[in-house]
Write a protein that binds this ligand. Structure first.
Ligand code: IMP
Ligand code: MG
Length: 176
């Protein structure tokens, strides 16, 4: 059986998202930005972060899948949906739910740099640095989390729990 233990409350999430939005707004003051959310996990973070950014901002989305089991990355990334717009000369902020091995983000950064943006920054809601296989620079991070599988606030296990307001750790407990 699986049980959920709350790790980060919705109040803390909201406060941190507001801080990140202020930081991004200050860093890009006077310039337009395009936020690119990585579907599906980053959709909820992007929606909250975007409303804390006081710049001229547009959205786009990209979708990838990583091969492997539910909780294990095989290292291979497949592009399922590309962005709709040209990124040339634009300030791009790639919005991710969580950076784990770093393989997905490394793939996406390489892909997006090839589109010749003016700048490319990464906003990751969660960072799980203990599992990193590929070093990757993160510009805006919500929270660092320990080496545990988390769900909620956009993140899932087999599609479930994305609609939870808080971040939870998924624990397997044996029925007695
Ligand atoms: P990567 O291992 O850094 O390439 O992470 C790839 C993707 O795996 C992330 O964008 C998430 O969608 C997913 N992922 C990694 N760790 C977790 C987790 O703890 N919970 C839910 N999804 C995760
Ligand atoms: Mg993701």
């Amino acid at each position: 059986m699986q049980t959920l233990r709350s790790l980060i409350s919705h109040d803390r999430i909201a406060a941190r998202t507001a801080e990140l939005g202020q930081q991004i707004s200050a860093d890009f003051a006077g310039e337009p930005v395009i936020l690119i959310g990585v579907l599906k996990g980053a959709a909820i973070f992007l929606a909250d972060l975007a409303r804390q950014i006081t710049l001229d901002a547009t959205f786009d989305f990209i979708a990838v899948s990583s091969y492997g089991s539910l909780t294990q990355h095989s290292g291979e990334v497949k592009l399922l949906k590309d962005v709709d717009e040209s990124l040339e000369g634009r300030n791009v902020i790639l919005v991710e739910d969580i950076v784990d091995t770093g393989l997905t983000l490394a793939y996406l950064k390489k892909l997006l740099w090839a589109r010749r943006p003016k700048s490319l920054k990464v906003a990751a809601f969660l960072d799980k640095p203990s599992r990193r296989l590929q070093p990757v620079e993160l510009d805006y991070v919500g929270f660092e989390v320990p080496n545990e599988f988390v769900v909620g606030y956009g993140m899932d296990l087999a599609g479930r729990y994305r609609n939870r307001k808080d971040i939870c750790v998924l624990e397997s407990s044996k029925a007695v």
